[in-house]
Design a protein around this ligand. Structure first.
Ligand code: NAD
Length: 347
C-alpha cells in the first residue's frame, strides 16, 4: 500500500490486460503501479497511455515490489500458473484471467499457495458479475425455477477465431474453444446448478475448418498451417446427483453463433443471458422476458475488479471460489482426455 491506496500490478498488458487497467483506474483507492509484459513495445505504449510508473518485461521484477498488494494476471493461459504462484508466495492477492490454469494440478497448487499465504485468489469469470448472471442466480436460489436438472450450454462462434498465438498455440492456450470460451459457459452453468459433484465426463473435439486454405474470420487472419487446437468441441457432464449438462463450443462453424445457457427447471426454464423465462399458467404457456428496471452500465469485468478489491479489503469470500474453478478445470481437462481415449472419464 502507499498513502492509503492499494497498489496493483498487471502482468500481461494485451487486450484484456488493458481493459482490466481501465477497470482498476476507476477505483479511487487504487493505483495501477506497474505492468509486466514480455513485449517491449507493449509496455512502452501501455505505460505511457495509462501513466503507469513501473513497466518491466519480467513479471518477477514486478512481483518483488513490496508495496504492491494485488497482482492481476492477464497473460496467455499457460503463464497463469507460474505468475500466480510467484505472486501468492510473495504475499500478493491474485485476480487471474480465465481459465485459472491449463491443468487441474496447477489449480490445486494455486489454491494451496493462497491458503498457505492467506491471500485471495479468484479466476476472472466475469459473466458471474454481469447483471444477467447475478439475477439468474438469484432467481434460481429463490427457488423460482424449481430444480435445475439439465443445462444446455453454447459458446458458439461462427467465424470469430481469435487469430493471436495466445489462442491458437496449444502450449500457450492449453486448448481451443472448449478451453477459451467453453470455460465461461461451463463456469456459469455449473454455478447456476449449485456446483454439484461430478460423476463423469465425455468429450469430442474437431479441427475441421481452421486449417482450410482460404478460410477467413472476423477477428483477423491466422496461419492455417500453424493452427494447433480444436475449432469445435462438444461434451457431456453427468453429476453424482443424476443431473447433467452439455456444452458445445466453436471458434468456427457452419451454424449461427450462440452464447447461451438453457436451464431446464421443474417449475420454469430460463435462457441466460437473454433472460427469457418459460413457464405455465392454468394450462397455458407463460413466456416472458425479464428486463432490469435500473440499467447496469458497468462492464462485468469492471464489476468483478471492484468486488475483488472489496474482498481483499474486508476479507469477504470471493464470488468465484477457487475450489469451483478447480472443478471446472477438471471437467475441461477430462473432455480432452475423453476425446483422446474415446471413452467416458469417471471422476
Ligand atoms: N474474461 C474475458 O472476457 C477475456 C477476454 C479475452 C481474454 N481473456 C483471457 O485473458 C488472457 C490474455 O488474453 P488477451 O486476449 O489479453 O491476449 P493478448 O495476446 O492480447 O495479450 C497477452 C499479453 O501477455 C503478454 N505475455 C505473454 N507471455 C507473458 C509473460 N510470460 N509475462 C508477461 N507478459 C506476457 C503478451 O506479450 C501480450 O501482450 C487469456 O488468459 C485469455 O483467456 C479473457
Amino acid at each position: 500500500m502507499k498513502n492509503g491506496k492499494y497498489l496493483v500490478g498487471v502482468v500481461g498488458a494485451g487486450g484484456i490486460g488493458r481493459y482490466h487497467i481501465e477497470g482498476w483506474k476507476k477505483l479511487n483507492d487504487v493505483i495501477v503501479f506497474g505492468i509486466a509484459d514480455t513485449n517491449a513495445s507493449v509496455i512502452e505504449t501501455v505505460s505511457k497511455k495509462y501513466e503507469i510508473p513501473v513497466a518491466v518485461r519480467d513479471y518477477k521484477n514486478l512481483i518483488e515490489i513490496e508495496e504492491i498488494d494485488i497482482i492481476d494476471v492477464c497473460t496467455p493461459n499457460s503463464f497463469h500458473y507460474p505468475v500466480t504462484i510467484a505472486a501468492l508466495k510473495s504475499g500478493k492477492h491474485v485476480l487471474c484471467e480465465k481459465p485459472l490454469a491449463i491443468k487441474s494440478i496447477h489449480v490445486e497448487k494455486m489454491i494451496q499457495a493462497a491458503k498457505e499465504n492467506k491471500r485471495k485468489l479468484m479466476a476472472a469469470q466475469n459473466n458471474r458479475f454481469s447483471y444477467a448472471g447475478k439475477m439468474t442466480k438469484k432467481i434460481i436460489d429463490n427457488g423460482e425455477l424449481g430444480e435445475i436438472y439439465f443445462a444446455q450450454c453454447y459458446a458458439l462462434r461462427r467465424r470469430e477465431l481469435p487469430a493471436a498465438d495466445t489462442f491458437i498455440k496449444k502450449e500457450l492456450s492449453g486448448g481451443g474453444p472448449m478451453f477459451d470460451i467453453g470455460v465461461h459457459i461451463l463456469d456459469i452453468a455449473y454455478w447456476f446448478m449449485g456446483c454439484p459433484k461430478v460423476h463423469s465426463v465425455k468429450g469430442v473435439m474437431f479441427t475441421k475448418l481452421a486449417k482450410n486454405k482460404g478460410i477467413t474470420g472476423a477477428w483477423g487472419q491466422w496461419d492455417t498451417e500453424k493452427y494447433e487446437v480444436e475449432d469445435f468441441a462438444a461434451g457431456f457432464v453427468l453429476f453424482k446427483d443424476g443431473r447433467a449438462l452439455n456444452l458445445t463450443c466453436s471458434f468456427l462453424s457452419n451454424l449461427p453463433s450462440n452464447w447461451s445457457a438453457y436451464l431446464y427447471g421443474t417449475k420454469a426454464g430460463i435462457i441466460w443471458p437473454e433472460m427469457k423465462l418459460f413457464s405455465e399458467l392454468n394450462g397455458m404457456h407463460k413466456d416472458s422476458t425479464l428486463t432490469p428496471i435500473v440499467q447496469e452500465n458497468e462492464p462485468s469485468h469492471h464489476i468483478e475488479i471492484k468486488e475483488f478489491l472489496e474482498c481483499v479489503k474486508t476479507g469477504k469470500e470471493v464470488l468465484v471460489k477457487p475450489e469451483e474453478s478447480l472443478e471446472v478445470i477438471k471437467i475441461l481437462e477430462a473432455m480432452y482426455i475423453s476425446h483422446e481415449k474415446k471413452r467416458e472419464v469417471l471422476f
